[in-house]
Design a protein around this ligand. Structure first.
Ligand code: NZQ
Ligand code: ZN
Length: 387
């Protein structure tokens, strides 16, 4: 097992009714709140009114309209509001998109140049406003991690800033807020959590036994409860187990003692930067193809372990076990109604070469990932998904 540091300072308040703590907790930071939210789900569900009622003694400024795959222009707008009004704390209500935009705004509020500079050079991130979260979709783990993924619409880049200053101070995770999620978002969120675990599971270190067993438990939880939440949107047991899985899947717990660059995410980030598709949908399409592409004598044992411990597949031939597990992974995503091919989401081969180069340029996939892949390899993976 590798050495590691593990320090996650986010205060998680999990369960029904936890939102009641909001005034008490926010007042620790001051009176001026920037409320960041998306395209309207929060108003339709009544959450907006509940929050405004809880914040009646605060001065609330609003930044609505954060788009899925949040854009740099939204960050610029938010940073402007913070600077002009002396905002004390940012409250993100939504999922990864609102949280990530809020994190980027939080550090852009202390920076005089273009906020994109902070993405390209994280040493420029010197301070950040506190960010509190009310989570309404479980998927990214952004509620308890230090990453923020932002799209620069001018350059077609979708990149991450990651620094300890960006951990949310507080995250309220009430599974009943997930009841209103459209089925497509439940499915995409489940695929995203699974992918987060797989990115950390498929790494070369064999000594981190506990980390691997924890990862398998999170995978089994997603596989058990994803379909239940799809069929019964108001099943609290399913929603609560999925919500906690999304947090655990990417709060660094499943990477301790291991390490290495991710593989499928950098490829997907390029897809959603170029075509603005839903992140979890892109991952569901790419993951089985990546698995098939990297399966070899060198990787087969870990795939066979995945087959046995996650899918209960026991075969004397490790390759056969691995292939069956990859098929199961693909079937599981399809059973959630997720597309299998790029064609189904309207993507043709036109930009495969350009996107493959970009995925390699903007990540550690060529020299630090589980199986090193160059642009030609990534292009072949795109071709396998073409449909
Ligand atoms: O905008 P509104 O109207 O609120 O609708 C949202 C949005 O359209 C809707 N929604 C959310 N909660 C709802 C709801 N609809 C009904 N009822 C509710 N309770 O869901 C849609 C998707 O929301 P979004 O925040 O975009 O989803 P997600 O949490 O999957 O975030 C995706 C973004 O996070 C990035 C992705 O790349 C993408 O940009 N990621 C962030 C990571 C991180 N910070 O650690 C890691 C991930 O790998 C990922 O890259
Ligand atoms: Zn993800």
């Amino acid at each position: 097992m590798n050495n590691f540091n593990f320090c996650v300072p986010t205060d998680i308040r999990f369960g029904k009714g936890q939102i009641a703590c909001l005034p008490e907790e926010l007042k620790k930071y001051g009176k001026k709140v920037l409320l960041v939210y998306g395209g309207g789900s929060m108003k339709r569900t009544g959450l907006y009114d509940s929050i405004m009622n809880l914040l009646k003694d605060f001065e609330v400024f609003e930044l609505p309209g954060i788009e899925p795959n949040p854009k740099l222009s939204s960050v610029e707008k938010g940073a402007g509001i913070c600077k002009e009004n002396g905002i004390d704390v940012i409250l993100a209500v939504g999922g990864g998109s609102c949280i990530d935009a809020s994190k980027h705004i939080a550090c852009a509020a202390f920076y005089d140049g273009n906020p994109w500079d902070l993405v390209l050079d994280r040493t420029k991130v010197c301070a950040a406003l506190p960010v509190a979260v009310v989570l309404t979709i479980c998927a990214t783990g952004s509620e308890m991690n230090s990453g923020a993924v932002i799209s620069n619409e001018k350059t077609n880049e979708k990149l991450e800033i990651n620094t300890p200053l960006l951990y949310p101070a507080l995250s309220i995770c009430d599974p009943s807020y997930l009841y209103t999620l459209p089925a497509k978002q439940t499915a995409a969120g489940t695929a995203d959590m699974i992918s987060h675990v797989l990115e950390q599971y498929f790494q070369p270190n064999d000594g981190a036994y506990l980390t691997d067993r924890l990862s398998e438990s999170v995978l089994k939880t997603c596989i058990r409860y994803g379909p239940v939440a799809m069929k019964e949107p108001e099943n609290y047991e399913a929603r609560s187990n999925l919500m906690w899985s999304s947090t655990v899947a990417l709060n660094h717990l499943l990477t301790v003692g291991k390490g290495g660059a991710w593989s499928v995410h950098p490829i997907e980030h390029v897809l959603s930067a170029f075509y603005d598709i839903t992140h979890g949908v892109g991952l569901a399409i790419l993951t089985p193809a990546w698995m098939r592409y990297v399966l070899s004598d060198k990787t087969v044992n870990r795939f066979a372990m995945y087959a046995e411990n996650v899918w209960d597949i026991k075969e004397s031939d490790s390759f056969q076990a691995a292939e069956l597990a990859i098929d199961k992974t693909e079937e599981f995503f399809a059973s959630l109604g997720l597309p299998k091919t790029l064609k189904e989401v309207g993507i043709t081969s036109e930009k495969f070469g350009e996107m493959a180069k970009e995925a390699v340029r903007t990540s550690g996939i060529a020299d630090r990932s589980y199986v090193h892949l160059d642009a030609e390899d990534v292009e072949k993976i795109f071709e396998m998904c073409a449909g």
